[in-house]
Design a protein around this ligand. Structure first.
Ligand SMILES: *Cc1c(COP(=O)(O)O)cnc(C)c1O
Length: 228
């Protein structure tokens, strides 16, 4: 990394201000948007300034990494809410249910089955989001839009899972708006209230299209040295 050390409290304040602005423009209440500060690859020491500034909702993309750094932070700062935003292997479902308050990457039947089993055993459920592969990119996780309605029915009827919302990651080179609009449309016709969409480059646009959860990393914490 080069240049000035990144100030995390400033980054956080700026993102919160931009969220408030984006909400004002489309006449939404800023409290209807939850900022998930995406702290993947950053250490506990690097995350602490955000906690000290009052941020309590964080996103991580790996179970293993989260297990290493969050238990200690949770002891020190009450009220932390942790979201898993990366892909989840079925054999990590138990750990994920134990550790996370929300899982944004429900994307296949075998994972639904594993989650349903662990949720029942644990007697508590994280919030669940089904990931939609709106760009139908073969390398990307998620349910393709044409299969979303049937998958959501299967989640409920076959696996007894309560799905709370949808998540999408638009293709890197596309304008994000149509992807956000499509995700919002699928959520609406399936009666789902939550929409996890928008990252550092496009969270204002996502808010315009109804995002209830924006996942913002680099705009808060600075650029990641590892690309994950
Ligand atoms: C890393 C990541 C983010 C945050 O990306 P930034 O561009 O750093 O804001 C959001 N969502 C997912 C699924 C991610 O993996």
């Amino acid at each position: 990394m080069t240049g000035q050390p990144h100030n995390i409290a400033d980054g956080l304040a700026q993102v919160n201000a931009e969220i408030a602005n984006a909400c004002r423009e489309v006449k939404r209440d800023p409290s209807s948007v939850t900022l998930i500060a995406v702290s993947k690859t950053f250490s506990g020491d690097e995350i602490e300034p955000a906690l000290a500034a009052g941020q309590r909702v964080f996103g991580e993309n790996r179970v293993q990494e989260s297990k290493g750094k969050w238990p200690a932070l949770r002891e020190k700062y009450p009220g932390i809410e942790l979201h898993l935003i990366g892909p989840l292997q079925s054999n990590k479902a138990k750990e994920a249910v134990a550790l996370f308050d929300a899982i944004h990457s429900v994307d296949r039947a075998s994972l639904c089955e594993a989650l349903a089993k662990e949720i029942e055993k644990a007697g508590k459920s994280p919030q669940l989001f089904v990931e939609i592969n709106t760009g139908e990119e073969p390398q990307k996780a998620g349910i393709i839009p044409a299969e979303a309605d049937a998958f959501l029915i299967a989640c409920r009827e076959q696996y007894g899972l309560k799905i709370d919302g949808l998540m999408c990651i638009p293709p890197h080179d596309d304008a994000p708006a149509p992807h956000f609009a499509l995700t919002a449309k699928i959520a609406k016709r399936n009666g789902l209230a939550l929409l996890s969409m928008g990252m550092s480059a496009d969270y204002q646009t996502a808010i315009e299209f109804g995002a209830t959860h924006v996942r913002v990393g680099s705009a808060i914490f600075g650029s990641r040295t590892l690309s994950v």
